[in-house]
Design a protein around this ligand. Structure first.
Ligand SMILES: *Cc1c(COP(=O)(O)O)cnc(C)c1O
Length: 477
């Protein structure tokens, strides 16, 4: 299986070649040359598989350059119940992503029972094990540099902690994360994890990462890499749970379902789109945004118009406070019939701070074929949904999942079973849960009192030279 760039101007590569890299050299994102097709016989066989075996079956179609026995070992180590047992006490952790029935035809797919209580663990845990495997074979090292406002940083650290050949340098805005998020990251004592609290905002931290990445000599000398959401291995790991959720919600492969997906960078729903292109009978993909509604606007009007940071709101579903949806380019590549030149033209405008409009083009007419509908949920909707689920079903959901449920129930076609993806546990966003219900969300036993653990963190001015010196002092050159 070869992977090509959405901008059509980069050589095709295989899975392990793109594993450690980011963007393609032409600035595009990698996608399979053709989507592998899942036959009816395969679907029937896959229905009976455990999560790890299903992940092996799906990933085998992409990672054709990893020997099967090796891939099997990596996947079995990644998707074991011991890693995904932080959810509600009555969850069936042997399923890895248990399906919770709310009522006839309405389900929640639990994706947030991993180490950091967000669905990002599902892909990041695999990435950690794939990185370790690939680096081991190349006798190489990788120093991951990132900036986080919360979820991504902790998921990356828990996936990479204690891994051979990998160090993580994670920048976060000093004093801006919740006490719980801080404790999650800063209490890690693994010698390969370095937390750096920047005296500034998230954007300052992000700018420092960009400045270091743009210093190509430094980047090469210290083998700097990233783990951002455009990484193809992350997307491919997310395809697996669409299959798992579908099998759990249906009795036969003749049925169709709808998935509702709380969206920010379009990574999660992109995996759903690809699962459908592979042959999974998904009737509808429902995209939910919060107040930052760039993607909702596109699916309603055909205009893709990322906002600047001043017009990106801070909301109570903060992991969706995104204006530029980096993975959206992958979907657009398919929508324009895989015409790299067209994608280049659109993103020429986007990269300059502009927009594009497909309303008066054949692409607008092609859009319904992909059956993605969208909607938006704001703070008051979020509170209402959290209250309704608590009152009707005794189920507490987090703010992002609430956005997905609200839009899912609004947009689904009648009689189509609805699977709502749970992207985080309520314990991560206790403040809004408290506002909605006047209750403290339950915490997994392993995380009670983590705020009292000793913390390890370097506080630093937003100074790129200091960051470089900090890295250089810890990486043998
Ligand atoms: C990252 C994240 C999202 C958004 O997912 P995308 O793949 O960026 O669309 C939604 N909810 C939570 C809790 C997240 O951490």
């Amino acid at each position: 299986m070869k992977f090509i760039s959405t901008r059509g101007n980069a050589p095709a590569k295989n899975f392990t070649e793109i594993l450690l890299g980011g963007l393609a050299p032409d600035g595009g994102l990698y996608l399979p040359e053709q989507y592998p097709q899942v036959t009816r016989a395969e679907l029937d066989a896959w229905r009976k598989l455990s999560y790890a075996d299903l992940a092996f079956a799906v990933l085998s179609k992409f990672a054709t350059d990893i020997p099967a026995a090796d891939l099997k070992a990596i996947v079995s180590k990644t998707y074991t119940p011991a890693v995904y047992s932080n959810g509600r006490a009555d969850s069936d952790f042997t399923q890895i992503t248990p399906l919770r029935k709310l009522e006839e035809g309405v389900f929640i797919l639990e994706l947030s029972n991993g180490p950091t209580l967000a669905f990002k663990d599902m892909a990041m845990q695999l990435l950690g094990n794939l990185f370790e495997y690939a680096l081991d074979r190349q006798h190489a090292e990788l120093n991951i540099l990132g900036a986080t406002s919360g979820d991504t940083g902790s998921a990356a650290e828990y996936a990479m902690r204690g891994k051979r050949g990998i160090r993580v340098f994670m920048l976060s805005p000093d004093g801006k994360m919740s006490e719980f998020q801080r404790a999650q990251m800063y209490s890690l004592q693994d010698p390969n994890i370095f937390n750096i609290a920047i005296k500034g905002m998230f954007d300052d931290a992000q700018d420092m990462v960009k400045a270091v990445s743009n210093d190509h000599a430094f980047k090469e000398k210290y083998r700097i890499g990233t783990v951002n959401s455009i990484n193809w291995a992350r997307v491919s790991a997310q395809i697996v749970y669409y299959f798992k959720g579908y099998f759990a919600a249906t009795n036969s492969n003749d049925e169709q379902v709808a998935f509702s997906v709380p969206s920010g960078n379009f990574g999660n729903i992109c995996a759903g789109h690809i699962a459908r292109m592979m042959g999974l009978p998904i009737g509808q993909l429902i995209l939910a945004t919060n107040e930052n509604d760039v993607l909702d606007e596109f699916f309603r009007t055909g205009v893709y118009r990322p906002r600047d940071t001043v017009h990106t709101y801070e909301t109570s579903s903060p992991s969706m406070d995104i204006s530029k949806a980096s993975n959206f380019e992958r979907f657009m590549f398919d929508l324009v019939g895989r015409d790299g030149e067209k994608v280049r033209e659109f993103w020429n405008s986007v990269d300059k701070g502009g927009s594009f409009d497909i309303k008066d083009s054949p692409y607008w007419d092609a859009l319904p074929k992909f059956d993605i509908v969208s909607g938006k949920s704001i703070h008051q909707d979020r509170l209402k949904t959290i209250r309704k689920l608590w009152a009707d079903y005794g189920v507490m959901v987090d703010t992002h999942t609430a956005d997905g449920i609200k839009v899912g129930l609004e947009q689904r076609r009648p009689h189509l079973p609805l699977i709502c993806l749970e992207t985080a546990l309520p314990a991560k966003f206790a403040e809004t849960i408290h506002e909605a219900l006047g209750l403290e969300p339950e915490r997994p036993a392993a995380m009670v009192g983590i705020e009292n653990l000793p913390q390890r963190c370097e506080v630093m001015d937003a100074d790129v030279a200091r960051l470089k010196a900090f890295i250089a002092a810890r990486v043998p050159s």
